[in-house]
Design a protein around this ligand. Structure first.
Ligand SMILES: C[S@@+](CC[C@H](N)C(=O)[O-])C[C@H]1O[C@@H](n2cnc3c(N)ncnc32)[C@H](O)[C@@H]1O
Length: 395
């Protein structure tokens, strides 16, 4: 996600090229066919899943720019290599407890974080046995391979791409801004009755929301245990994100799951004032209040319910070992020292890094909304990132 992207008025959004519009039209046609073959309605999770991941079409699998200044959003590793360098301190603390173990990264984006973490681990003399990248997008896989070939050619023999989660893993598993890209269901309670908010095709051929009585008991139970007690309310429930984390935890023989993303504990996520949920559309560094805006060209995300994610990890046999704001985690792991080492104060390089670090740490940007979560199994890990500072962030 872009750090505090500006809210786009449709009139000032950049106009897509003719090819991009033709691509979006193909994505729309694909989703229309899905809706037609499903009896006129699909869940929002299916809509978002297709808009982001439909083979050859979805936002993450087709070749659009996505990351960086020319894309739609900027993530922490795209802002500065100091993010990965700093994370490496906590990863090293895991690896030293588990000699011969590996790192797995989920949703590695451009590969920049992998290159930064590997470089930092190499300089600490703490390289993992293997660095596995699990990426669903063939397009991004190629970009990751090219980036790593450029940046760390000597470490490539340790790097491997995987299609599915390994049956067992030992070491550190890293996911930055990956869970927000897992499609949630939208659930609504109106006059005491439960509905699933899905998508249908309107009379003019446009996509629009449509509510259907909620048939799925598990989704209803999840929503009724989290939503505020009274009144009409709508928000997301994300069983796929929970299932993924539970499965990661179950497959862990010993190690730590290290998750960074924007989100809240359930008490804040399902706050009465957050009625309507957190789904956001990102296009060229603007937030658009319309999930049906240019399907295939815009990113769709939802914030992470960290309480649900922690419960899923515990259900898979892990313990919740650390939860903090991103700012606190990065400061504890030494990002300010890393910044001081990055160049002469007043040099252009230093000032660029300082501006990026300011974005990562500022409560108004990525410092407070973004959280770090560490879950572990059979591991007595030094919790470097969670030692000092404000302890009030609880799940
Ligand atoms: C917002 S991007 C973040 C990329 C990168 N981690 C970063 O910080 O720049 C989300 C990434 O998650 C990937 N992704 C989404 N669902 C996934 C899944 N189930 N397994 C692995 N990767 C997934 C996407 O293809 C994309 O690379």
């Amino acid at each position: 996600m872009a750090h505090t992207p500006s809210r786009g008025d449709r009139a000032d959004l950049p106009i897509p090229t003719r090819e991009a519009l033709a691509h979006s039209a193909r994505v729309v046609a694909h989703i229309e066919r899905m809706i037609a073959t499903s009896g006129g309605w699909i869940s929002f999770a299916d809509y978002m899943g297709a808009a982001l991941y439909a083979p050859g079409l979805g936002y993450y699998v087709a070749g659009s720019r996505k990351f960086g200044p020319a894309g739609d959003f900027v993530t922490a590793p795209e802002l500065t290599a100091l993010f990965g360098e700093t994370l490496a301190a906590q990863i090293e603390a895991v690896l030293v407890q588990l000699p011969g173990s590996s790192v797995i990264e989920l949703g590695p984006g451009t590969g920049r974080l992998a290159a930064d973490v590997l470089t930092a681990l190499a300089s600490r003399g703490a390289l993992p046995e293997r660095y596995w990248l699990l990426e669903v997008s063939p397009d991004l896989r190629e970009r990751q391979r090219a980036h790593l070939r450029d940046r760390v050619p000597e470490l490539l023999p340790r790097v491997e791409w995987i299609d599915v989660l390994p049956g067992h893993w030992r070491g550190a598993l890293l996911a930055n801004e990956m869970l927000d890209a897992v499609p949630p269901h939208l659930i609504a309670r109106k006059d005491g009755a439960w509905f699933e908010r899905g998508v249908e095709t309107g009379v003019a051929g446009e996509f629009r929301f449509a509510d259907r009585p909620l048939a799925n008991g598990a989704l209803r139970d999840a929503a009724s245990s989290r939503f505020p007690d009274d009144g009409d309310y709508a928000s997301e429930i994300n069983p796929a994100a929970q299932a993924l984390v539970r499965s990661l935890a179950l497959r862990c023989d010993a190690g730590a799951l290290l998750i960074f993303d924007y989100g809240f504990p359930a008490s804040e996520y399902y706050h009465p004032q957050r009625n309507g949920g957190t789904v956001m559309t990102h296009y060229r560094h603007r937030t658009v209040d319309d999930p049906f805006f240019l399907p295939g060209l815009a990113d769709l995300t939802a914030h992470v319910d960290f309480s649900a994610i922690a419960h899923a990890g515990v259900a898979g046999g892990m313990s919740l070992t650390g939860y903090a704001t991103q700012a606190r985690f990065l400061i504890n792991c030494g990002i300010l020292d890393a910044l001081a080492r990055s160049g002469e104060p007043q040099s252009a390089a230093y000032l660029r890094e300082a501006a990026a670090v300011q974005k990562l740490l500022s409560p108004a940007e990525m410092g407070e909304l973004f959280k770090a979560l560490l879950m572990s199994k059979d591991l007595d890990v030094d919790l470097i990132g969670f030692r000092d500072g404000d302890q009030s962030h609880r799940l």
